[in-house]
Design a protein. Structure first.
Length: 100
């Protein structure tokens, strides 16, 4: 297997663009005064994105996935995002192993 120079350059350019947008956001937010309402709205984005990603699974697959989506949604209300995803993955794995 050989590495094409154009592919490597494309991957590096995408990495630089990703890092630049993330760092740019962090640097720019220092100069913006965010109200409490704005901060609440920003904090609501990760759970909303998580629900948007897992909701189609709840309706398009079996009972194990549907139950795991519900458990994940409940966990996301109290736990950090990574822990919520881990709970959801563990739930679907246990339910699938149980034959559901």
């Amino acid at each position: 297997m050989s590495l094409d120079i154009h592919t490597l350059l494309a991957i590096l350019a995408m990495a630089v663009a990703t890092i630049a947008t993330r760092m740019g956001g962090l640097l720019l937010i220092r100069h913006v005064e965010v109200s409490e309402q704005g901060r609440t709205a920003i904090e609501a984005i990760p759970p909303a994105v998580l629900m948007a990603v897992i909701a189609p699974t709840a309706f398009a697959t079996g009972w194990a996935e549907t139950i795991a989506c519900i458990v994940t949604a409940l966990a996301a209300r109290r736990l950090p995002m990574l822990a919520s995803v881990a709970v959801g993955v563990a739930t679907v794995a246990i339910l699938r192993a149980a034959g559901l």
